[in-house]
Design a protein around this ligand. Sequence first.
Ligand code: CLF
Ligand code: SF4
Length: 516
Amino acid sequence: MSGLKKGRQAVSEVIELEGGCSTSGGSGKSSCGSSAGPEDMPPEIWEKIKNHPCYSEEAHHHFARMHVAVAPACNIQCNYCNRKYDCSNESRPGVVSQKLTPDQAVKKVLAVASEIPQMTVLGIAGPGDSLANPKKTFDTMRQLAETAPDIKLCISTNGLALPDLVDEICKYNIDHVTITINMVDPAVGEKIYPWIFYNHKRYTGYEAAKILHERQMLGLEMLTARGVLTKINSVLIPGINDEHLIEVNREVKKRGAFLHNIMPLISEPEHGTVFGLTGQRGPTAQELKAVQDACMGGANLMRHCRQCRADAVGLLGEDRSEEFTLDKIEAMDIHYDLDKRRAYQEKVEQERQAQHQAKVDALSAAFDEQLAGVDADMKVLVAVATEGHGKVNQHFGHATEFQIYEVGQGQALFVGHRRVDLYCQGGYGEDEQLPSIVNAINDCHAVLVSKIGACPRDELKAAGIEPVDEYAHEFIEKAALNWFADYRQRIASGQVVHVPRGDARIRQGAYTAEAA
Ligand code: CLF
Ligand code: SF4
């Protein structure tokens, strides 16, 4: 195995040698997951993830990624995918990408890099499978490794072709690979994959799922041995693989996966997928959280995935791809200035460190005060409106998504996000949107915003969700913990009665354009 490492150190070995990363289960203070900080892992791993918005939850507030759609073909069929649309693994279905040649892709990356200096990662994530299109994928990566050396390279794959291409992956310094693994039991797999195309032959049913499973496990082990940080994406399909994903988590952890990203199934009938047409539903917010929580202590979890489209550009949750269509790029004056990018990223990094320090300070300042009549183990969810920088800095009416934090005594843990329809439409509040917004955050006790109008304030209160604007422009963790301390005091004094909340609906395809 050592011959395979070629100077890199195997991920599992580095973690082993250096005492590993603390996984704090429910405490939320630190973990080697996407919420981890530099104190939680060896410096060489931190270096790889600190500005990767998918591998570091903190980084996603500050650094951007982009995808180039150079990989149209796929070698398997998933029941949640319709090839007329983008890949469901790594993209939001229903949005057709502009497919690019490698040369066009490289030009686009340089154009984005000169306009968005905090864009640090280039990913190839479809619209088909990156490794079912090896020539186009590696041609793009080779050119980028030469022309834009500061950009981290990342690919996403279903894993079928992976074992044959690990050498190529390492040759171009692709340090981040995502494998979509939805099962470790072919009996589960045959309900998800009707066929695969492997070694010039089409396989179906159990046999197809068995081959795919074996290739995925082998590919993961090979990447781990080579020091590539591997993330596993799993699509949660209620009734098919929900409980099974706990076993998936265990098996991928055993094989050195760095992160596990459990995503909700997208199965709107209009996307024309098999699951969409057979009425297979996606999970509710609480069903998703329950599976993620059950996996805590296993492979570390990513919870900030936005299920991006295959030509996404910008911060996660933001879509600037329209600014970089081929005709617009043609008209641009592209000037890729490495020094300028580095200087800008240094500033962004300082901002990220300030946020990290504020989080550490807020958590250590929180103390375990026992209050009569208040359950010491009480945890609640709060929704946060943020435009980034780790702060409560967005108007309720401008939010297209809310970040969700689980708050308890000395804990403010990011646990996900919820897309919503934009409330403020061109300067006035759209009251018809409120029920869908309430549905999306219905499991939260409070919503932290920089500002909120009288009408949504009243409606949220009536739905049992407390609108809070007292912590405008504070760091999120500090704001959430301060609100929680106040909430506990109010329970203790009898001012409020704590009532558990219900479930929430995961919104797909909500309005995501900027507020007018
Ligand atoms: Fe793209 Fe994927 Fe790389 Fe990120 S996305 S190839 S690891 S750079 Fe990120 Fe988007 Fe989720 Fe993917 S939020 S869908 S996990
Ligand atoms: Fe679609 Fe991606 Fe599955 Fe291929 S691997 S069928 S492109 S979701």
